[in-house]
Design a protein around this ligand. Sequence first.
Ligand code: ZN
Ligand code: ZN
Length: 207
Amino acid sequence: MKVYKFTIGTFAVNNYLIQSETSNKAILIDAGEAPQPILNKIQSLGLELVYLINTHGHGDHIAGNATIIRETGAKLLIHPLDEPYLRDPTLNLSAFLGARLESPPADGFLEEGDEVTVDDIRLRVLHTPGHTPGHITLVGENLAFVGDVIFYEGIGRTDFPRSDHNQLLQTIRTKIYTLPDEMNLLPGHGPETTVAHEKRHNPFVRG
Ligand SMILES: [Zn+2]
Ligand SMILES: [Zn+2]
């Protein structure tokens, strides 16, 4: 699978467009506000966007859902525990910005152990709560889309409604640091990193 990274919106969220190597089908991980660059790429490559997957329900990751779904017809997938965030501006934090953001409803749910398959794209679902209760990580062959669980030498904030700091630390120890050392971690903000690098250098959770 081929991965294109887009860093968009006020909160500089990373969205990842994943293209099959064998067809024109694709998956998008998260949709920030003003997702036009992603739509341009989809159009210029002639891609069929099959799924839009939200790692979690915070506004910076779902603000572009309505536009992406309207323009591509992609099916929206999210963990059931973060589904309320799609229509609750307090939970998705948009209320604090005076925006009252709402997303179209989910078309399906992803839980621990599920697999999302589109031609040669295969993503394994890990439930990685703490930043939000229904945060998921999507694991491919040699890379993992970790959303706001862990960043390059950082971790997700837990000062939001329904966040749980101890649960996040537990998630990182049991779900992220148990992935292969050489696995690339592609976070929702900032540069990519690896499991080995974070185990050694992450100031919040040592492996
Ligand atoms: Zn978040
Ligand atoms: Zn975020």
